[in-house]
Write a protein that binds this ligand. Structure first.
Ligand code: ADP
Length: 382
């Protein structure tokens, strides 16, 4: 069916949810989702992810706002009339039915002709690699196989929008990685719109065309993974995305010999000309300096001359094959007016060799890759 590309398939307008008892689970959530887009929604537990999905599926009523699918308003429609399919982490297969019967269940309810049901079940089972399991009962399969069967049941209904609520969180790490790839592949072959909710930022970043970060029911940022990583809208997104997340150094913009600098107890960065105007309003004020672990002690940071180096003591060395991740305590006197004190941050030099716990180091920082945040609002300054 033709559908103009420039029109959003799913339009969420100012969605809010207040549960009886007063918990505000979602607050003014708006997003236009394109046909065939894969949206990953990520945030800490309790931030409102499930509530958002349940409202789209029609399992929870909205307190305010509108949900439009292909310009048709879904508010008030029962779940079965919404053209959406929702998948949970517990697979919700009927234990007394075989995989084939489980998959066919929804179609039979809709009085689809027998022959069509059989051919669609067979086709979908092939797509998911479970064709030889069709006669099995859920109790006779592994978690990953059950997950596939549940996925098959959702696919058979051919919904316009697939909603996934942490579907992989019950699987072991290896199976999770495998299903992640499989769902991405499925997204390509089905060419359908998907919203995938997870608390795992790696899952969100690897799967989403766009990633939406939620905190306390409020959208923090919606962007493609690269933009989210490089240009986080605020300090929360910066530290939530990445493993480990962006380091945040509290410090102050002040004049040192030769001009303005960012001053932290463990390092001082004389601001390059290009950066100064953007921080003009922050002269003699506190700021947060954000820098990714891979920009500390890296080859790029080492090559630059005259850049800052942070002095610190290594707490833990985590070896990851060829790479290392260091967790450190920054050293030094508190900056004038700054909060000072010790701070734990992470660095990712390319090599683990020569680093050990308890060692005092001076690690160069590729500071030009950093970001500044307002410490009061958390918003990105640039
Ligand atoms: P997430 O999926 O991100 O973990 P949820 O959407 O499940 O978050 O929950 C968001 C907030 O709403 C939480 O504070 C949670 O305790 C609350 N909440 C969820 N469901 C209900 C409910 N049925 N009644 C009252 N509060 C609820």
């Amino acid at each position: 069916m033709g559908f103009p590309n420039n029109m959003p398939r799913l339009k969420l307008e100012g969605l809010s949810k207040t549960y009886p008892g007063g918990v505000k689970a979602l607050d003014g959530f708006s997003l236009d989702i394109a046909d065939r887009e894969f949206i990953a929604v990520v945030g800490p537990s309790g931030c409102g992810k499930s509530t958002l999905l349940r409202m789209i599926a029609g399992l929870d009523e909205v307190s305010a706002g509108r949900i439009l699918l292909d310009e048709k308003e879904l508010n008030g429609l029962p779940p079965r009339d919404r053209d959406t399919a929702i998948m949970f982490q517990n697979y919700a297969l009927f234990p007394h039915m075989t995989v084939a019967e489980n998959m066919a269940f929804g179609l039979k309810l809709r009085k689809t002709p027998r022959a069509e049901v059989a051919s669609r079940v067979a086709e979908t089972a092939r797509l998911l690699g479970i064709a030889d399991l069709l006669g099995r009962y859920p109790g006779e399969m592994s978690g990953g196989q059950r997950q596939r069967a549940a996925l098959g049941r959702a696919i058979l209904r051919r919904p316009k929008v697939f909603l996934f609520d942490e579907p992989l969180s019950n699987l072991d790490a290896k199976m999770r990685a495998q299903m992640r790839v499989e769902i991405s592949r499925l997204h390509q072959s089905l060419a359908s719109t998907m919203i995938f909710v997870t608390h795992d930022q790696v899952e969100a970043m690897t799967m989403g065309d766009r990633v939406v970060v939620l905190k306390d029911g409020v959208m923090q940022q919606a962007a493609d993974p690269d933009t989210l990583y490089r240009h986080p809208a605020n300090a929360f997104v910066a530290s939530f995305i990445g493993s480990p997340g962006m380091n945040l150094f509290p410090g102050r913009i002040m004049d040192v010999t030769g001009g303005p600098a960012f001053v932290h107890p463990s390092f001082t960065w004389k601001l390059p000309e290009a950066v100064r105007p953007r921080l003009a309003g922050y002269q003699d004020r506190d700021v947060l300096f954000g820098i990714r672990p891979e920009d500390i002690g890296s080859a790029e940071a080492r090559r630059a001359e005259g850049g800052p180096s942070v002095t610190a003591v290594i707490g833990v060395v985590e070896r990851l094959g060829g790479q290392a991740c260091l967790y450190l305590q920054a050293e030094g006197e508190p900056a004038a007016g700054g909060k000072g004190g010790e701070l734990t941050f992470a660095a990712r030099p390319e090599q683990a060799q020569g680093f050990h716990s308890g060692q005092k180091v001076a690690l160069p920082i590729a500071a030009w890759n950093g970001k500044f945040f307002d410490p009061a609002s958390g918003s990105s300054i640039f």
